[in-house]
Design a protein. Structure first.
Length: 353
């Protein structure tokens, strides 16, 4: 069975391609995707998209056609998912976390544990920073039964990249359904403020900018670690990731990246403002996690419910895509204040793979 996928649907970016690759490997259904990133200024496959497809193809023994820079069409036919040791290097500042995001659900159903080295950008625009994955995404996915960790070896920033992470995934079989709608009582906020190839005061000022805003909200239990490093790629960069302990299985988070036009204090206050907006929604999951949780809800056995601060176009696109591959039912309910509740009757993939 070969599915036909319009890559310009919904948000029309690389997420459709990465999601299709993951779902294809999980279900054994091949696909042809066309109009890849057709509405983007640089349409077609870019290095980080190539890396995601190549990585998934290797771990799942897939046959791929159209795998070249700028290609607007790809044919993908998966094989058998294999665990083990792998190494991939994007060769640019393309996001290592997006490659990891593609591989995690696949390797969760492999026959043996896996360790994957991924080189590229760890903290770059339009992708979750490595600290968000380590401290928000992975702890939240443990609620579904995902057993994975991401080790930061070195940071990489735009434009040279040069960062490296190690993704480790243990097979988990059938995922558990999760019900997490409203968040619990806020207990503490933690964070990491980092800078690479920049003066140490940048990390400190970012942290101070966040702490000042969070204290205004009356949050007392606050701790933001400061990390200063010389990254292998040599490109300067900085950022701040925050996460909240609300006593539940799902972790709320937010982040902000440094940029030439932003002061360090603005980076900190931006991350804090985003976290406060997530907290004020009253929902269990932040909007970025909501995007990424869709595929795991579809994989799980039974009915999952997740309260999301905002149901984004990325999340809607993943629902549309998941329904193409999986025998599942999704329901979206308005929960007020711009938030939503997502209900999924999952496919129980571990029973079938």
């Amino acid at each position: 069975m070969v599915l036909e996928i319009d890559g310009s649907h919904g948000e029309g970016g690389g997420q459709i391609l990465r999601g299709a690759v993951s779902l294809s490997c999980l279900t054994g259904k091949g696909f042809r995707i066309y109009n890849i990133r057709s509405r983007r200024p640089n349409p077609g496959l870019q290095p980080q998209h190539l890396a995601s497809i190549e990585a998934a193809a290797r771990v799942a023994g897939a046959k791929v056609e159209g795998l070249k820079a700028g290609s607007g069409e790809v044919n993908f036919q998966p094989g058998l998912i294999k665990g083990g040791a792998y190494s991939f290097d994007i060769g640019t500042a393309g996001s290592v976390t997006l490659v990891a995001q593609t591989l995690m659900p696949i390797l969760a159903l492999a026959a043996k544990p896996s360790e994957v080295s991924i080189g590229g950008g760890t903290d770059v625009p339009w992708s979750p920073p490595v600290d968000y994955v380590r401290h928000v995404l992975l702890p939240s996915l443990r609620a579904f039964g995902i057993d994975a960790d991401l080790e930061l070896v070195s940071r990489g920033h735009y434009p040279k990249g040069g960062g490296k992470v190690l993704l480790r995934v243990n097979p988990c079989g059938t995922l558990r359904a999760v019900r997490a709608v409203e968040r619990g009582q806020l207990r503490a906020v933690r964070g990491i403020s980092h800078c690479s190839n920049l003066p140490a005061h940048v990390a400190r000022r970012q942290a101070d900018g966040a702490l000042q805003q969070l204290r205004k909200e009356g949050i007392q239990d606050l701790r933001i670690a400061e990390e200063v490093a010389q990254s292998g790629g040599g490109s300067p960069g900085s950022g701040l990731t925050l996460w909240a302990d609300t006593g539940g299985e799902i972790v709320l988070g937010a982040d902000s990246l440094g940029a030439r036009e932003k002061s360090a204090e603005d980076v900190g206050s931006e991350a804090a403002g985003r976290l406060l907006a997530e907290l004020h929604s009253g929902m269990a999951a932040d909007q970025q996690l909501g995007d990424m949780a869709v595929i795991y809800m579809g994989m799980a056995k039974g009915a999952s419910e997740l309260g999301i601060s905002a149901f984004t176009q990325h999340a809607r696109t993943m629902v549309w895509l998941s329904e193409m591959f999986l025998d599942i039912t999704y329901g979206i309910t308005d929960a007020g204040r711009g938030s939503s509740m997502l209900k999924v009757n999952g496919a129980g993939l571990g029973d079938k793979v």
